[in-house]
Structures are given as C-alpha cells and as structure tokens.
Design a protein around this ligand. Structure first.
Ligand code: ADP
Ligand code: MG
Length: 246
C-alpha cells in the first residue's frame, strides 16, 4: 500500500475528555474512504485533526511522506489537503460566479497583483469548475437563492479550486434528500476517479457509503473499531451491534 495519509496514535482531548484515543489509520492514495460511526464517535474531530484545525493534537500525521502534525490549515491547503467550508453570510449575497472566483483567486495564491492574463486564467478555471459541479447555468444566481443541493455542489466546486490531492468532506449530504445525496456523491466520486485524487468523507447514509466508498473505517467512542470494504463492514457483527443495538 502507498498511503497518502498515515495517522499514528492520534489523540485529542477537549478539556478532560479524550475524544480521540490513539487513532491509527492509513489511507491509500486514490482511495475513496468513508468514515462512519455513531454520533460522538470522533469522526469530525479526526477530520479536523487532519485539516490542522485543532490545537493540542498528539500523535503523528504523515501526508505524502512528510510530517504535517503541527501545520496550519493554510499550509496544509498548500500541501494538497482540501476541505469544504460553509459559505459565510457575507458571501450568500454574492453570485455563484463571484464565490467560485474568490475560491480560485485565493487558491492561486496570487491576489496582490492582477494582470489581464491572470484574470482570464482564473475566469476560465472558475467556469470549468462550475461545469464540473453542474452549476454553469446558475453562474449569475445569488448563492442565497440556491437550493441546498446546488449550494453543496458549489461548496464542493470551491474546495476543488486548489486541486487538493486529498479532499476531506464532513457530512456533505446533511439535510439533503436521498436523490440529492446520491447525485452529489456520485459527482464527487466521478471527479476523484477521473483526477486520481483521494477522498476521505464522513457520511450517515449507509446506502451512499456502500455505493461510493472503496473502503470504510468504523469509529466508536474515539477509536477505530474496524476497517474494511463496504461488504466486509456490512457483514461485521460488531458493526451491526452498534448500528442496530444503538
Ligand atoms: P462525531 O463527528 O463522530 O459525531 P465529534 O468528533 O464531533 O463526533 O465529537 C466527539 C466527541 O467529542 C463527542 O463526545 C463531542 O461531544 C466531543 N466534542 C466535540 N467537539 C468538542 C468541543 N469543541 N469541546 C468539547 N467536546 C467536544
Ligand atoms: Mg460529526
């Protein structure tokens, strides 16, 4: 296995509470990997640890052979770790195109000077991303007027602006209809497949997990319970006990 990400004995405390208890995890390059488990299992905490968003993380995080344990979200983004962000209130009044352009300009790292050529390149890239997430016909719409599904696809497109090698998605389909969930995640999977990038996603909908993930990690109470293919996970008695036994 050629892991793009290796987490070694990751520990995270919130005050006296140990939310991650020595999580060790390897993610092969190019894999679509789902993180599942009951509420409070530590899934979001783990994703935030990988993205460098939490202070005081113990253990070691290796990305593409490099120790990234103490790096900031900004430098992790430069190294190729991307995640989606909820579009903030100020940006809701702006158009779809303005939002995706902002993401492209920020990801380019060249925002202190602007030439006609650079602007054209950014615009070209922005339109390409809107096509990828099937929002090119909504380019002029205000984000506030988008459906939840459209908005989530825009957030996905914005996360792609930096061409991340590893994309982190924490419950991207929350609040969506079953149809929208599958539409979004099939789009994400196709994009990952076509570009050879790696995906780590948290997902509640087990049908989506079964369809999209190549392997699954089940977490419970801050620890990894099992790792396996969707079929292995579905057949695992411990997993069944957690999901059926509450
Ligand atoms: P999941 O995403 O699997 O539902 P989380 O990572 O959000 O789980 O939370 C794991 C545990 O850590 C939960 O018990 C939660 O209450 C606790 N927790 C999460 N964030 C904080 C925080 N900022 N302060 C204190 N406890 C937290
Ligand atoms: Mg969570």
């Amino acid at each position: 296995m050629d892991p793009i990400l290796s987490a070694r004995n990751i520990r995270k405390r919130y005050g006296a509470f140990l939310a991650l208890k020595d999580v060790t995890f390897d993610l092969p390059r190019g894999e679509r990997h789902a993180l599942i488990g009951p509420n409070g299992a530590g899934k979001s905490t783990f994703i935030a640890c990988v993205a460098g968003q939490l202070p005081g993380v113990e253990g070691k995080m290796i990305f593409r052979g490099e120790d990234i344990t103490a790096l900031t979200p900004a430098s992790l983004a430069k190294k190729g770790i991307g995640r989606t962000f909820q579009i903030s209130r100020a940006f809701l009044q702006m158009t779809v195109m303005e939002n995706i352009m902002a993401a492209v300009v920020i990801a380019s790292g060249r925002w202190t000077s602007l030439s006609r050529g650079l602007y054209r390149d950014n615009l070209e890239k922005a339109f390409g991303l809107l096509e990828t997430v099937k929002l090119d016909d909504r380019a002029a719409a205000r984000v506030a007027d988008l459906s939840l599904g459209d908005r989530k696809r825009l957030e996905f497109g914005m996360a792609l602006a930096g061409d991340p090698e590893l994309l982190l998605l924490d419950e991207p389909t929350a609040g969506m209809s079953i149809k929208e969930r599958h539409y979004l995640m099939e789009m994400v999977a196709t994009r990952m497949e076509e570009t050879g990038k790696t995906l780590l996603f948290v997902e509640h909908d087990i049908d989506v997990v079964m369809k999209i993930a190549q392997r699954v990690t089940v977490m419970a109470r801050g620890a990894v319970l099992v790792v396996g293919t969707p079929a292995e996970i579905a057949a695992n008695e411990e997993v069944q006990a957690i999901y059926l036994g509450g």
